[in-house]
Design a protein around this ligand. Structure first.
Ligand SMILES: Nc1nc2c(ncn2[C@@H]2O[C@H](COP(=O)(O)OP(=O)(O)OP(=O)(O)O)[C@@H](O)[C@H]2O)c(=O)[nH]1
Ligand SMILES: [Mg+2]
Length: 363
């Protein structure tokens, strides 16, 4: 996979308009023809396009300046100069564009294929024929072309996903996304396997035209991530635009700590782990920590039904209702989880229609 880069600063410049021409008609037997200087061509524009086939801003590490061509000078015989060619800069969907100095928002490229005019090319200058008047029939001047614009912009990719997966490293986030979508991220039994976000499109049901939603799998969080431990918390920006989070609790970690039988202790550990992750989310952004969460106790395949019931009961007593018990690897409770997410995203009756955004994104 291409290296995932989510920030870049680039310079863009539109073309200058070509100057208008100073020229006169030259005809046989007409000693002094009228003015015939054509207009200068327009400078090329710089456009930005959201391209669903791109997933990183990596290209902008290599090429940081984008310039459109200038317009050509006008010609004789009232012939206009050629317009400068436009430049089209392609960015991944979810790219936010800001002025690099003022930080002012310029564009948010959320829709596939949509073009945004970043820098308009300069207008071509008028040729001298425009300036002839009754008293001044042979003007020897024309208009210069208009300057192009130059901007220094900051590109920031913030992925567009409906659902975000959060949890400790090894909690099973990548395994889960690989079971409910076509995403195939690396999975391994060591912490911080996932280094950059993965997106997966989840199809709800199997019929043709079934609704889909997008899930984002990100690196794991640990206590102190907001202080730079582990992989830090910067990647959490890719969850900011989600509607709901699935908070995965690592059952295997708790089993190691408390054994496989003491449901109450396991539940206490689960609550503690959840709060540690929530605190990191809060430090990143209170708004993110207030997003609705589905809590999923993962790796249920390692426990008996009785212990799982005890875990759920105890968590409920502590105020954590609706904890789901799942196993990504053993495919337990996944249909229910997808169903619950779909109901939350599309509404109870909305399952028959696909949201246009997720359609666009599922390609
Ligand atoms: N027993 C069991 N093991 C699981 C389950 N889900 C994942 N695992 C294992 O847990 C380990 C970590 O899985 P990953 O999916 O890579 O975990 P992750 O949360 O993506 O980890 P990071 O990318 O490091 O944050 C792997 O060895 C998986 O095989 C499960 O439901 N049951
Ligand atoms: Mg992972």
């Amino acid at each position: 996979m291409a290296r995932f880069i989510d920030e870049a600063i680039i310079t863009i410049r539109s073309g200058k308009g070509g100057p208008g021409a100073v020229a006169f008609r030259r005809e046989k037997y007409v000693p002094r023809g009228g003015p015939a200087g054509g207009d200068g061509g327009k400078g090329g524009d710089v456009w930005l396009t959201a391209d669903p086939n791109l997933s990183t801003l990596l290209d902008f590490r290599y090429k940081r300046a984008y310039e459109a061509d200038n317009g050509d000078t006008g010609q004789g015989s009232n012939k206009a100069g050629l317009d400068g060619e436009d430049v089209n800069v392609r960015v991944p969907i979810g790219t936010i564009v800001r002025d690099s100095e003022t930080n002012e928002l310029i564009a948010d490229m959320t829709d596939a294929g949509v073009r945004f005019l970043l820098c308009k090319g300069g207008r071509g200058g008028k040729g001298n024929s425009h300036f002839a008047t009754a008293t001044h029939q042979a003007p020897k001047f024309s208009q210069p072309g208009e300057e192009g614009e130059e901007k220094k912009i900051k590109l920031e990719l913030k992925l567009l996903a409906d659902v975000g997966l959060v949890g400790y490293p090894n909690a099973g986030k990548s395994t889960l996304i690989s079971k409910i979508s076509a995403a195939r991220p690396k999975i391994a039994d060591y912490a911080f396997t996932t280094l950059t976000p993965n997106l997966g499109v989840v199809r709800v049901g199997s019929e043709l035209g079934a609704p889909t939603f997008v899930v984002a799998d990100v690196p794991g969080l640990i206590e102190g991530a907001s202080l730079g431990r582990g992989l830090g918390i910067k990647f959490l920006k890719h969850l900011e635009r989600t509607q709901i989070l699935v908070h995965l609790i690592d059952g295997a970690k708790l089993l190691k700590e408390f054994g496989e039988e003491d449901g109450q202790a396991i539940a206490e550990g689960a609550i503690r782990d959840k709060e540690i992750i929530d605190a990191e989310l809060y430090t990143f952004s209170p708004e993110l920590s207030e997003k609705e969460q589905i809590i999923a106790f993962n790796k249920a395949d390692l426990f008996t039904d009785e212990v799982l019931e005890e875990v759920r009961e105890h968590m409920k007593k502590k105020g954590l209702k609706d904890v789901m018990v799942i196993s990504g690897a053993a495919h337990i409770g996944l249909d229910l989880l997808v169903d619950r997410l779909a109901k939350r995203l599309f509404g109870p009756d909305g399952l028959k229609t696909t949201s246009p955004e997720s359609m666009a994104r599922s390609g």
